[in-house]
Design a protein around this ligand. Structure first.
Ligand code: SER
Length: 628
């Protein structure tokens, strides 16, 4: 028998193997789980069979096998390394009250050693702490005891997928790439040289939302084998990106980016992330997920935007028609024959990706400039403050700690001077951001300093700007404390700033955090969350104009190309529907009272600003209210 090697061969060999053992081969279900509100995405092969395990429905046959499209964000930060993915294919064989541990283990072993022809000494087994039965079976089929390890719930107990459902102890098969990939160790240490390829779950319990478990009507089997990881082993490569699941796509990315893979580690990493995310979004959109600010749509948006950001970070030049849609094209071409929904939804996939990529590129241009200005300002401010601190510390007469009213007034002069500098836009001004925020952050520093009185004076002193720095330094008391209080602010992005970036520029907070981290700054995520909560409150309190759950393909096409049908030559009124809503250039699900938004209508009698002519004004009326 020849060993299966390519992705398609491994998948087929697996399905054939289990078909020959009486399994019914079932097509992959959608990435959007049907009727399971507790689960955002299909994360394992068993998801479409949950109701069979629970006994609510009868399976067409007690033995099933599939290659399931799966999506998980749990490993997103690891994407780009040799083995972690968000979207992947999971091979699985399932027994609904039919065979149990003995057959599941024996067949897994047979498939690995006979069909894949993996050398036995490369395979390690893990079992659940008290699972003597599983260990005995592994030993019987010839696995030496020293390559069988036992673990607790964290590693060897699986499920449920979502908040409730089937679960049970499990047993895993790990592959050892060999000493050249890491020091002598076991899979326990999670070293680079090992990769988990197959998980056999002995599904015996139903776990409820409160965490309690009850036995299922019958014991079942749920197994999951990582197709891409297995193919990497079969192809004799260390990384999934070197397999035929990805090599063409990494190549395509490099081609679009006009660079070569393998020359620069940072660039290569970005190309791998891009390939992974492009493949994931292509499949998500094909299954009907559209970008939004909530739920699945938000996850899609995050991945898409993360990819755009990586492309920009790696210096990928602008690509006609969009970089990611160029990648999606390659995915559809390669995987369309196995997953026909890709071909079927081709146009929808392109238009969603293009629209989102264009929009995000536009907003990110503005947002990045804003954020980087802010970051640079922090650096400049820090340098200046440190300089001032040095100057001040060398002068004992102005570092005294007794703040008389007069001295406070003198600090106020200094404050006023700085404040005016802010207004003039001198570099010190970039200590803070935006108009109000500049002054706010500055004041925050001084208030923290404890000189409330200072601030009372600031307002009246604002006019007094003709003192030299030297004169001000001469007069100010305890300047050093004030400066020290201000310093931490130069290492932070405040919650309200992160929120502004999110709300106005559509920057997901993790992108803000990534960029800030690159500059050695921290984002106040708690402050950000508080701002989000405050916005949600405002939203609840005022009238809402909602869009449906998912935008239609038609909506995205229109959003992507900006083509509403203009009817204003014939009529000044139109009865139509809202197909898109944008705030700060990014699509949103809803908007609330007081917010400025762009509304995209399917037909519109409003002439848009163009050719030097101003746009029409008027009202939108709907059952929920009026928009001016
Ligand atoms: N459900 C198990 C897993 O996801 C086995 O398929 O690992």
């Amino acid at each position: 028998m020849t060993r299966p090697t390519t992705i398609d061969e491994v998948r087929q060999a697996y399905l054939d193997f289990f078909q020959a053992k009486d399994h019914l081969v079932v097509p992959s279900a959608s990435l959007i789980p049907a009727g399971d509100p507790t689960l955002l995405f299909t994360s394992a092969g068993m998801v479409q069979f949950k109701s069979y395990f629970s006994g609510e429905e009868r399976p067409p046959r007690p033995r099933l096998a599939s290659s399931q499209k799966c999506f998980r964000t749990s490993d997103i930060d690891e994407v780009g390394d040799p083995k972690h993915l968000t979207f992947f294919e999971m091979l699985g064989n399932f027994s609904i009250g039919d065979y149990f541990k003995r057959e599941a283990i024996a067949w897994a072993w047979e498939f690995c050693t006979q069909v894949l022809q993996l050398p036995e000494e490369r395979l390690w087994i893990t079992v659940f702490l008290d699972d003597d039965e599983a260990e005995a079976i592994w030993r019987e089929i010839g696995v030496p005891p020293e390559r069988i390890l036992r673990y607790g719930e964290e590693h060897n107990y699986w499920g449920p997928a979502g908040e409730e459902g089937p679960c049970g102890p499990c047993s895993e098969i790990h592959y050892d790439y060999g000493e050249e990939y890491g020091p002598d160790a076991t899979p326990a240490e999670g070293g680079e040289r090992f990769v988990e390829i197959w998980n056999l779950v002995f599904t015996q319990f139903h776990q409820r939302r409160d965490g309690s478990r009850t036995p299922l009507p019958t014991p079942n089997i749920d197994t999951g084998m990582g197709l891409e990881r297995t193919a990497a082993i079969m192809q004799g490569v260390r990384s999934v990106y070197q397999t035929d699941a990805f090599d063409y796509l990494v190549e395509r990315g490099a081609e679009l980016a006009k660079m070569r893979y393998g020359e620069d580690e940072e660039m290569d990493y970005a190309l791998r992330v891009l390939a992974e995310h492009a493949r994931a979004v292509t499949f998500l959109i094909a299954d009907g997920v559209a970008p939004s600010n909530e739920g699945r749509g938000y996850v899609l948006r995050r991945i898409l935007r993360r990819a755009v950001r990586y492309a920009r970070k790696a210096g990928v030049p602008a690509v006609e028609g969009g970089f990611l849609s160029g990648m999606a094209e390659a995915v559809i071409q390669r995987m369309g024959p196995v997953y026909p929904e890709l071909e079927r939804e081709r146009d929808f996939i392109y238009s969603v990706i293009r629209g989102e990529e264009q929009r995000f590129n536009r907003t990110i241009d503005a947002g990045t400039a804003f954020l980087e200005g802010m970051l640079e300002g922090r650096v400049t401010a820090r340098e200046q403050l440190l300089g001032l601190l040095k100057a001040v510390s060398s002068r004992p007469e102005i570092s005294r700690d007794d703040n008389s009213a007069e001295e406070v007034a003198e600090v106020a002069i200094w404050a006023a001077k700085l404040r005016n500098k802010l207004r003039e836009g001198t570099p010190l001004g970039s200590l803070m951001t935006g108009k109000g925020a500049e002054v706010d952050a500055f004041n925050r520093g001084l208030l923290a300093f404890g000189l409330e009185k200072t601030m009372q004076f600031v307002a009246s002193m604002v006019q007094e700007t003709d003192l030299t720095d030297e004169q001000i330094l001469d007069k100010a008391p305890k300047l050093s404390s004030a400066i020290e209080q201000l310093l931490p602010a130069t290492k932070r992005i405040f919650g309200n700033e992160a929120f502004l970036l999110y709300d106005t520029y559509g920057f997901p907070p993790d992108i803000t955090r990534d960029i800030a981290r690159e500059h050695g700054l921290q984002v106040d995520m708690e402050g950000f969350e508080r701002e989000m909560e405050a916005q949600r409150e405002r939203g609840r309190a005022s009238a809402k104009f909602g869009l449906g759950d998912a935008a239609s393909p038609e909506a995205y096409q229109t959003l992507a190309t900006g083509e509403s049908r203009f009817t204003g030559y014939d009529s000044l009124r139109e009865e139509t529907v809202v197909i898109g809503l944008l705030a700060g250039g990014a699509p949103v699900e809803r908007a609330s009272k007081g917010q400025q938004v762009e509304v995209v209508l399917r037909e519109t009698p409003f002439y848009a600003e163009a050719g030097g002519q101003v746009g029409d004004t008027g009202q939108l009326r709907g059952p929920l209210g009026v928009v001016r």
